[in-house]
Ligand binder design. Structure first.
Ligand SMILES: [Fe+2]
Length: 379
């Protein structure tokens, strides 16, 4: 770390954290002076028992509520366009993004489309994002993507099977209501995949070439929380204190990577998500150990510090071995189970190397490096 290096740190989102905080949703809508509320979510969330109670809370306060629950995993351009149309038609004054990363990312782009029209990909160029997209109130239900505190949305261009990013502080949620009670309803496989995604954010933020002291502090603490508590919540999902610790880790890791960057794991996961629709958390989780092994020697000191934070023991290799063991322990699928044709590896590698976050990976990787990682994961 070079402590004379400049950095800047802005967090436009107000975080409201607490068990049961989501039941205060109407109060936060009022603070945004909104009475017409479009809830953007997915069918998995809108079918949960507490969802109806949240909607009743809003309606009971005299608010007009409409629900858009057609967001797909790896949110698609068509989802964002439809949500933007729904917001316009309804005259929404706030978007409540309720769910994991997919509804939250979808809402961020819908917030622009509702005000400005156009197509989702138009806003890959941040200079085209106007000064006032619709305000977003984010309520995460997984732990997680950290999307409740990031300024970015990753959307799949369905015509090109390619994931693009829309990024601006203007689409950061105004409020994040972070409620560990909501994460109690996650089944073990979703808990494992989203928790490993959060750990990936911590690892990649900490080892990124764009890391700075605040993101470092957040990432190390996040890695410690997630690594120690994730196996417990996967095995026994009803302990609120453990759930809260993992959600806190996910939140801190989200702030960390939005100020540092992600790296090679996300480069591969975004390529796999765009081409084969493999869910983001699962793709990251499965690729994390292989990427760490490949990058270990170039980021030795940082891996060693991460390992110490996670309780892995001394040295970079201990950190890599610990994450490999953690991935097995939480029951992730094997890379081979994705059944990706080996003939596609060069294209996956090229897309990974072309990802904007690759330049911040330590070290930046070539398409050849990515081919080697894919071959090792598949071996
Ligand atoms: Fe992620």
């Amino acid at each position: 770390m070079v402590f004379t290096a400049p950095f800047s740190f802005t967090l436009p989102t107000t975080i409201e954290y607490g068990a049961g905080i989501s039941r205060r949703l109407p109060e936060f809508c009022r603070r945004l002076e909104a009475r017409r509320i479009l809830v953007i979510t997915d069918p998995g969330v809108s079918g949960l028992s507490w969802h109806a109670a949240l909607m009743e809370d809003l309606r009971g306060q005299g608010m007009a509520v409409e629900i858009f629950d057609a967001v797909e995993p790896n949110p698609k351009d068509r989802n964002a366009a439809a949500a933007g149309d729904a917001a316009r038609a309804f005259g929404a004054e706030v978007l409540v993004a309720l769910g994991g990363g997919s509804p939250m990312d979808c809402a961020k782009v819908a917030a622009i489309l509702a005000r400005q029209g156009g197509r989702p990909r138009d806003y890959e160029d941040p200079s085209r994002i106007g000064p006032s997209p619709l305000p977003i109130l984010a309520v995460p239900t997984t732990a997680g993507t950290g999307s409740e505190v990031t300024f970015g949305a990753v959307i799949t261009d369905t015509a090109e099977s390619f994931k693009f990013t829309v990024k601006s502080p203007r689409i950061a949620p105004r409020f994040a209501l972070v409620d560990p009670v909501l994460t109690l309803s996650m089944p073990p496989a979703l808990t494992a995949a989203t928790g490993m995604d959060a750990l990936t954010h911590a690892v990649e933020a900490y080892t990124s070439r764009a890391a700075e002291p605040i993101s470092d502090a957040l990432a190390l603490h996040a890695a410690a929380l997630i690594a120690r508590r994730l196996p417990r919540v996967v095995e026994k999902g009803d302990d609120l204190e453990d759930r809260a610790a993992v959600l806190t880790g996910s939140l801190l890791a989200g702030i960390a990577f939005s100020h540092s960057d992600v790296g090679a794991v996300h480069c591969i996961a975004e390529a796999l998500g765009g081409m084969y629709d493999i869910p983001h958390g699962v793709a990251n989780a499965v690729c994390l150990p292989g990427v760490m092994r490949h990058c270990r020697d170039a980021a030795e000191e940082r891996y060693a510090r991460l390992g110490a934070a996670m309780g892995a023991g001394e040295g970079a290799e201990a950190a890599v071995a610990f994450v490999e063991g953690l991935a097995r322990r939480v029951g992730l699928p094997d890379f081979r189970s994705f059944r990706i044709p080996e003939a596609d590896f060069p294209l996956v590698a090229d897309k990974s190397a072309a990802n904007g976050s690759n330049r911040n990976n330590r070290p930046p990787l070539t398409a050849g490096d990515y081919r080697a990682i894919l071959a090792a994961l598949n071996g």
